[in-house]
Design a protein around this ligand. Structure first.
Ligand SMILES: Cc1cc2nc3c(=O)[nH]c(=O)nc-3n(C[C@H](O)[C@H](O)[C@H](O)COP(=O)(O)OP(=O)(O)OC[C@H]3O[C@@H](n4cnc5c(N)ncnc54)[C@H](O)[C@@H]3O)c2cc1C
Length: 391
């Protein structure tokens, strides 16, 4: 069978670009894959600043499928990503997500639960009494219902996943180029070449936009309007003197999230100011005013909590519908997207990388059908709405 493509240029070598480079070189040995990455230290890349957690608790079937597929991969990274005897352990810890809902949110949680069970997610609903029994450190208060992932949810070392994908991709023949993409040469319905800041011009059979929070700028090079914006999120690192057993990733009715990390906890809130491209410095002001009171009310042991430090990263927010945009553009047919993951990308990288590599090399999705995430829905004004978005 004739090959659909011989050479691919990937703009951005974060977890998305590197997962794709790994899958392309695994599925089609000998394919020429060039990953153009302007900062190999990944100082500002979302993949290096992520909370790196994975959940099954979505309401969109395609997101549940992606998570299930990615989880199976994460459980076996040592086998998949081994290079010269180094078997990377991404430290997957299946600690579960616990969503809390008051009177308003309870019906949504029940509906989400029905969908998740239909798609085989290992989740259970807990009434207040069961919640107290299971998590005695929790102040149930106005909570009427909770949803807990019993398996298949938790957290891992996201940076290790990124570097392991990149290392394996290189070992399989992918080339990483340190440069910035500053333009594209478009001819009709195709991109002929990618232009670099050092003056080089890279001809390409296929181009993939994997530029994370900067993806809209890359799309502009092809005169395409991509509704993805860089939205700053601050992560608080907190210590708590009281040991709290079996602490999951908790999502509170007020919107904050918190989970264990090493001997401490990491946490975040939905910021009240959410402008595009804010400087990548943590905003700790809401810790005292907004976050800590809500946290101490929910888990009284955190009254003695201390903010140890904080960092900030960008969500690559899809402002159209908060879901990923994946696959070729309908009018620029050799330009593919893997963008707009809106805070749930690192957990989706393994599955999306595989599915998009199949789409590029064979013309069809096989592992997971990602058609629902295609660019068409943006052009047609058909949002793919997900009820469980973590701000
Ligand atoms: C605080 C925070 C918490 C998060 N928590 C979670 C979570 O719990 N679970 C989860 O699944 N996801 C989470 N995410 C989201 C997840 O981290 C991202 O979805 C994912 O890392 C996106 O990967 P990426 O490769 O697309 O982007 P990035 O990692 O940002 O990589 C893009 C790369 O493209 C490069 N680049 C950009 N433009 C150019 C150019 N013109 N030329 C060359 N190179 C270019 C950049 O240098 C960068 O390295 C979180 C994100 C943040 C910020």
């Amino acid at each position: 069978m004739a090959r659909v493509v011989d050479d691919v240029v990937i703009v951005g070598g974060g977890v998305m670009g590197s997962a794709l480079a790994y899958w392309l070189t695994r599925l089609q040995p000998g394919i020429a894959v060039t990953v153009v990455e302007r900062d190999p230290t990944y100082r500002q890349a979302s993949s290096a600043l992520s909370a790196a957690s994975i959940r099954q608790q979505y309401t969109t079937p395609v997101n549940i499928r992606i998570s299930q597929w990615s989880l199976a991969f994460l459980r076996q990274t040592a086998e998949h990503l081994e290079v010269e005897g180094d078997r990377p352990d991404v430290g997957l810890h299946e600690g579960g997500y616990l969503y809390l809902a008051g009177a308003d949110g309870a019906p949504v949680l029940r509906e989400a639960h029905r969908i998740q069970r239909d798609y085989g997610a290992d989740v259970v609903l807990l009434e207040p009494a069961a919640l107290t029994e299971r998590f005695p450190w929790l102040a149930v208060g106005e909570v009427q219902l909770a949803s807990l992932g019993l398996s298949g949810e938790g957290w891992f070392d996201g940076y290790r996943l990124l570097t392991s994908f990149a290392r394996k991709a290189r070992a399989q023949g992918a080339r990483y180029l340190r440069a910035e993409v500053v333009g594209m040469k478009r001819a009709g319905d195709r991109i002929d070449a990618v232009l670099l800041d050092d003056g080089r011009r890279l001809p390409c059979g296929v181009v993939v936009n994997a530029a994370g929070p900067w993806a809209a700028r890359v799309a502009e090079f092809a005169c395409i309007d991509l509704p993805v914006r860089a939205r700053r999120r601050t992560v608080f690192v907190i210590s708590c003197p009281t040991p709290l057993a079996d602490f999951p990733l908790l999502i509170d009715t007020s919107g904050f999230w918190i989970r264990p990390e090493g001997g401490r906890f990491i946490a975040g809130i939905v910021p009240s100011e959410d402008a595009d491209d804010l400087p990548l410095e943590p905003d700790t002001a809401p810790f005292e005013s907004q976050f800590w009171p809500a946290l101490a009310a929910r888990v009284p042991a955190f009254e003695a909590a201390r903010l140890e430090r904080a960092w900030a990263g960008y969500y690559e927010m899809n402002t159209f519908d908060h879901n990923a945009i994946v696959g070729p553009h309908p009018d620029v047919v050799n330009l593919h997207f893997m963008n707009g993951f809106s805070g749930h990308g690192i957990q989706q990288a393994a599955a999306v990388g595989c599915a998009l590599a199949e789409r590029i090399t064979t013309g069809r999705y096989a592992a997971v059908d990602l058609s629902a995430l295609g660019f068409e829905r943006i052009l047609e004004g058909r949002p793919l709405l997900e009820l469980n978005v973590i701000g």
